[in-house]
Design a protein around this ligand. Structure first.
Ligand code: ASP
Ligand code: MG
Length: 406
């Protein structure tokens, strides 16, 4: 007997038939003798619909009121699912954030979890009830409802699993696991049986986006056994854990692409100490995240520094730098927002030289020019022209998963 937290996303509970199906998965798990805590998202696209309605009533509605409204989606979900499970003759109770004591800070719309009371949950489990809990929402010290940010139900589930010391946290979604790349766009992808937390985090931040990022960070921090699987197929999914056995010969677990990126180049900077410090502390003060950084070798009195930011930070970054043109002393600022980042991720890269070279070879053979490169222990990213991005992903994926793959 184990304690299992299961989370079902919007599509998985998108209507009566879907909820009936999910109820079957839940009750089967319960019938196997497990304690089951279930976290649900709002049905289908209901959260989007609520936001659209809010905008009709007031396009400038406060985040507090938005949370008040958005959280109702999850509340309906758990109540309806509980009714369905009741109808099947099982003991079940639905609980919201207030009833459980799922506490967050006061950042409406993007709240962080501060503490979870487990007494009520435990009480219900002790009475052998299936517990359904509202994902996405929390309660702050003012007693107000908060939400954890879009897609936050994954994080609710992992947080509950951590607080309850659950044996397993299963995230049921509409894809049947984590793939070597986006299966809808890239040919020849396959599902990964296992992936490390670190790889999963890198894949999420480079655009694979199966799980809410914070849920993976939390799973890593609290050693929560995670599994991503489909509520549609009933097939085994992808396990996310600390260390994985490598089944494939390839040292790479995935290839991802991020088009939400822009490059800035400061050309003709003075070649003297403190310049990089000055530039990047200005950006950091404004909370602008800088990703790939490249500095040229100084020539004579001058050097160039280029770096990337997300597209949404581009305008602010440009402004900050233009405003300081004289103090920073650069000749010109060049901007290119038609770029994309293509990354390979794999814990198996550590101690295996040549992985990066293989990636570059694949790009060379495809005639794709690399603008910038950055590497970490488990990732190699290159910046390419946006037009080349899809071709680049396919070429790199072919290289690692067709030539060397199983
Ligand atoms: N219902 C929320 C959303 O659509 C939370 C979630 O689905 O994870 O963002
Ligand atoms: Mg989601």
């Amino acid at each position: 007997m184990a304690l299992i937290v299961q989370k079902f996303g919007g599509t998985s509970v998108g209507g009566l038939d879907r909820v009936r199906h999910v109820a079957k998965i839940i009750t089967e798990t319960y019938n196997q003798g497990n304690d089951v805590v279930v976290v649900l998202s709002a049905q289908g696209k209901y959260t989007d619909e609520l936001i659209a309605r809010a905008l009709e009533y007031n396009p400038k509605a406060s985040k507090r009121e938005l949370d008040q409204l958005m959280s109702t989606g999850e509340q309906q979900s758990v109540a309806l699912a509980a009714m369905c499970i009741q109808g099947m003759g099982y003991p079940v109770v639905s609980l919201n954030a207030w009833q459980v004591g799922f506490k967050t800070n006061t950042t409406y719309g993007d709240a962080r979890i501060t503490r979870i009371d487990t007494e009520r949950l435990q009480l219900e489990l002790d009475q052998h009830k299936i517990v359904l809990f509202t994902g996405f929402q929390g309660i702050n010290r003012r007693g107000d409802v908060t939400t954890l940010g879009r897609g936050g139900s994954d994080t609710s589930a992992v947080a509950l699993a951590a607080a309850l010391h659950a044996d397993l946290c299963q995230i049921y979604t509409d894809v049947d696991g984590v793939y070597t790349s986006d299966p809808n766009k890239v040919k020849g992808t396959h599902k990964l049986e296992e992936i490390t937390y670190d790889e999963m985090l890198e894949l999420a931040t480079v655009g694979a986006g199966v799980l809410h990022n914070r849920s993976v960070e939390m799973a890593k921090r609290y050693h929560v056994n995670l599994e991503v699987l489909s509520s549609f197929t009933g097939k085994p999914g992808t396990k996310v854990k600390e260390v994985v056995k490598k089944m494939e010969k390839s040292h790479v677990s995935g290839v991802a692409k991020d088009k939400n990126i822009a490059r800035l180049a400061l050309v003709g900077l003075k070649n003297e100490p403190g310049i990089a410090f000055h530039i990047f502390s200005l950006l950091a003060q404004k909370k602008i995240n800088v990703d790939i950084i490249l500095q040229s070798i100084g020539r004579d009195e001058q050097k160039d520094i280029s770096f990337t930011v997300t597209k949404s930070d581009l305008e602010q970054a440009r402004q900050i730098l233009e405003d300081r043109k004289d103090t920073l002393g650069f000749e010109r600022l060049e901007i290119n927002d038609h770029v994309a980042k293509v990354s390979i991720v794999g814990a198996g890269m550590i101690g295996n030289p040549g992985v990066a070279a293989n990636m570059f070879e694949a790009l060379f053979n495809a005639g794709i020019n690399i603008n910038m490169i950055s590497t970490s222990e488990i990732k190699v990213s290159v910046l390419v022209d946006e037009r080349d991005a899809d071709r680049a992903v396919q070429a790199v994926h072919d290289k690692f998963f067709t030539e060397y793959g199983r």
